[in-house]
Design a protein around this ligand. Structure first.
Ligand code: ZN
Length: 588
C-alpha cells in the first residue's frame, strides 16, 4: 500500500486552511467566530454547516458531517485519505512522496489477471465445455441474468485452461505466485481451479479480486475451494456481492447476511436486494465495522444445522460488539437459505424476516437454557455474560443484561453482580474498530462528565493542564473514544492542534463524532472548577457502584449467617471517601 510519511501529513495539515478548502465548494458567511454555509453533504435551505477556522474543523448541525481538511476532501471528492493528502499537498505546494512504483504495478497486473480469468471462465460456462455445469446451475434455479450479472463461470477439468490462455501475456513469476490462481509444479505454473463452478469475488469498487470454486463432477473432497489470501484478497475484509448490493443495504440501513454464494444469489434473484455473503471465512471485527458503515441492523440467515447455529451466535456477538444490531432468521433444521427459498418460496423467507429473533433470545432458545438446571445453566449464562462484557456500548450492554434477567427470571441486581464479578472492573478498550459512533450520545451524567473534562482540557490546555496534571486521570474514563482523545491531548505534555486529533481516528463516523465533540466550545470562566467537579462526579459514581456491590455482599453473608464486619467497615470507608470528595468540591 502507498504510504506518506507522517511528517508530510502534518506539514500539509498545518499549512492548509479549512476555510480556504471548504470555500472552494461552499459559499461561507461569517457569523461570530465561525463561518456558515449550506451543507454540501445533505440538502438544506438554511445553513447549518459550519466551519471553525480557529480549530480547523467543520461540523454540520443538520447531518452530523464533520472533520478536518483531509476528511472534507475525502467525503466531498469520495477519494481515499492518501489521495486527499496528495491533492492538498499539490494545492499548497508541498511535495508528497507518494510511494507508487513497483507495488502498484503488481496490483494492476493482479487485477488484469483476474479480469482475464473472469472472462475466460464465464465464456467457457456458455460453451460446449461448460454445458453440463450450466445445466446444473439452471436446475438449481439460477437464471442467465443472475449468472451473467455475477459472471459465474466454469473451470474445466484441466491443468492449463487459464495458464495456456495467458502464456502469451507477459507477467512476471511473482505475479503468478501472488494471484492465487495458480500452483507451482515441476512443469511450471498450473491452474489452481479445475472442474469447478467459479464464483468471482469482487472488491467494492467492482474489480474481481478472487474466486470461490464449487466442486463439479469431481471427487475432490473440498466442496468449495477459495482463492488463498493474496495482496488483493483479504478474507477478513471482503464480502461476496457487496459491490452490487451496497446501495440497497445503505438505503434500508439493513443487511441480510448469509454464509454461501448460492444463498446470496438465490435471495438476490428472488428480489431481496440487501443481501451480502461471507467469503471463505467467519465474520470478524473488520467485517463488522465495514457493515456498520452501511447498516445499523443485520439479519443473520445462516444454515439451520449445529455448525450454522454456532456460527450465527459468534457472528451475532461480533456485530453487537461493533454496535450493529443482530437479528436471527430462524432456519428450518438442516436447511440453508438457498434450499429453503427454492422449496418454500421467497414469501416464507420474508415472513421469517418479519418474525426474526433478537440474538439473545435465539441463544437462550437454542441452548434450551430454560430447561437446563444447575451447572449447565450457569455455564451458559457465564458464556453469555462474557460476550456481553466485550460490548463497549453501555446502552446495549444494559439492554442485554436486562433482557437476560427477564428471560431467565433472575433478579436484575443479581445479574449485574454476576456480570461485575465475572468481568472485574469495567474493561477499557481503546480499540477504535469496535467503537460505534452512532450509539454513543454521551447523555448520562458519567458520559457528560467525561466529555466536559475533554473539552476543558482541549480548549484551555495551558491554563489547566500544568496545574492539574496530577489529578487528571483518563483511566477512570469508560468511554473509549473520550479516553483516546484525552490521552492524545496530554501526550508529551504539549497542547495539540485540535484538527490533528481527528486524524487519530480511522473511521469516518468516529471522525464526525470527534469533530462534534471539539466543535461545541461553550467557553467557561473556570475550566479548572469544571474539571475537578467532573472528576468528582466520575469517582463518586465509581465509589457508589462499589458501595452497592458491597451491600449486596453484606446481605448475602448475613443471610447465610456469616460475619460481614469487614465489608461493613469497607462500606464506611467508602462512604467517607465519597463524603470528602463532595466536600472538597464545595470548598474549592
Ligand atoms: Zn449536513
Amino acid at each position: 500500500m502507498a504510504r506518506v510519511p507522517e511528517e508530510t501529513i502534518e506539514r500539509i495539515r498545518n499549512t492548509a486552511d479549512i476555510y480556504d478548502v471548504v470555500a472552494q465548494y461552499v459559499d461561507l458567511k461569517k457569523r461570530g467566530r465561525n463561518f456558515f454555509g449550506l451543507c454540501p453533504f445533505h440538502s438544506e435551505k438554511t445553513p447549518s454547516f459550519s466551519v471553525a477556522p480557529d480549530k480547523q474543523i467543520y461540523h454540520c448541525f443538520g447531518c452530523g458531517a464533520g472533520g478536518n481538511v483531509f476528511s472534507f476532501i475525502v467525503e466531498h471528492e469520495k477519494i481515499s485519505f492518501i489521495e486527499a493528502v496528495k491533492q492538498l499537498g499539490h494545492k499548497y505546494g508541498i511535495q508528497v512522496d507518494y510511494q507508487s512504483g513497483p507495488a502498484n504495478k503488481i496490483f494492476s497486473s493482479l487485477y488484469e489477471l483476474h479480469d482475464i480469468a473472469v472472462k475466460l471462465y464465464h465464456n467457457i460456462l456458455f460453451s460446449e465445455k461448460g454445458k453440463a455445469a450450466l445445466d446444473y446451475l439452471h436446475n438449481r434455479g439460477f437464471n442467465d441474468d443472475t449468472i451473467k450479472t455475477y459472471h459465474i463461470g466454469f473451470a474445466p477439468d484441466s491443468w492449463d485452461t487459464l495458464s495456456n490462455t495467458i502464456k502469451t501475456s507477459s507477467f512476471k513469476d511473482n505475479v503468478y505466485e501472488k494471484t492465487g490462481l495458480f500452483i507451482k509444479t515441476d512443469r511450471g505454473w498450473r491452474d489452481r481451479f479445475r472442474s469447478r463452478i467459479m464464483f468471482p469475488i469482487y472488491h467494492q469498487s467492482g474489480k474481481a479480486i478472487a474466486f470461490g470454486g464449487r466442486i463439479f463432477n469431481n471427487n475432490d473432497p473440498a466442496k468449495y475451494l477459495n482463492s488463498p489470501e493474496t495482496p488483493l484478497y483479504r478474507k477478513s475484509e471482503v464480502f461476496y456481492g457487496l459491490h452490487k448490493t451496497r446501495d440497497s443495504i445503505r438505503k434500508f440501513s439493513t443487511a441480510v447476511l448469509v454464509e454461501g454464494y448460492t444463498d446470496f444469489l438465490q435471495l438476490v434473484q428472488l428480489g431481496i436486494p440487501n443481501v451480502v455473503a461471507l467469503s471463505g471465512t467467519a465474520l470478524g471485527n473488520n467485517h463488522a465495522s465495514q457493515i456498520r458503515k452501511f447498516a445499523s441492523k443485520v439479519y443473520l440467515a445462516y444454515d439451520g444445522d449445529d455448525a450454522g447455529i454456532n456460527a450465527t451466535l459468534r457472528a451475532g456477538y461480533v456485530l453487537f460488539q461493533a454496535g450493529v444490531e443482530p437479528l436471527v432468521i430462524p432456519m428450518p433444521n438442516d436447511k440453508d437459505p438457498d434450499d429453503w427459498v427454492r422449496e418454500e418460496g421467497v414469501n416464507a423467507f420474508q415472513e421469517a424476516m418479519g418474525s426474526s429473533m433478537p440474538l439473545l433470545l435465539f441463544h437462550l432458545h437454542k441452548r434450551d437454557v430454560k430447561n437446563l438446571s444447575g451447572t449447565d445453566r450457569s455455564r451458559i449464562v457465564k458464556e453469555i455474560l462474557k460476550e456481553i462484557s466485550l460490548i463497549n456500548d453501555g446502552i446495549i450492554r444494559d439492554d442485554l443484561l436486562k433482557s437476560l434477567s427477564q428471560e431467565l427470571q433472575l433478579d436484575e441486581v443479581e445479574v449485574y453482580r454476576l456480570f461485575n464479578s465475572q468481568t472485574g472492573m469495567k474493561k477499557i478498550n481503546v480499540d477504535s474498530d469496535k467503537y460505534s459512533a452512532k450509539t454513543q450520545p454521551f447523555t448520562n451524567a458519567m458520559q457528560k462528565a467525561q466529555l466536559e473534562i475533554i473539552r476543558a482540557i482541549a480548549f484551555n490546555f495551558d491554563e489547566v493542564y500544568p496545574s492539574m496534571k496530577n489529578i487528571i486521570d483518563f483511566q477512570i474514563f469508560d468511554e473509549p473514544i473520550l479516553q483516546k482523545i484525552g490521552l492524545f491531548l496530554i501526550k508529551d505534555n504539549k497542547p495539540k492542534d485540535l484538527s490533528a486529533i481527528i486524524d487519530q481516528f480511522e473511521n469516518m463516523d468516529e471522525k464526525r463524532l470527534v469533530s462534534e465533540i471539539l466543535f461545541d466550545d461553550v467557553s467557561s470562566d473556570d475550566p479548572q472548577l469544571i474539571i475537578s467537579e467532573c472528576i468528582a462526579t466520575i469517582k463518586g459514581k465509581l465509589i457508589k457502584d462499589q458501595i452497592k456491590q458491597a451491600r449486596i455482599k453484606i446481605r448475602e453473608l448475613e443471610s447465610s449467617g456469616e460475619d460481614a464486619k469487614e465489608i461493613i467497615i469497607q462500606v464506611i470507608e467508602l462512604q467517607n471517601t465519597l463524603h470528602q470528595l463532595t466536600e472538597n468540591i464545595e470548598t474549592e
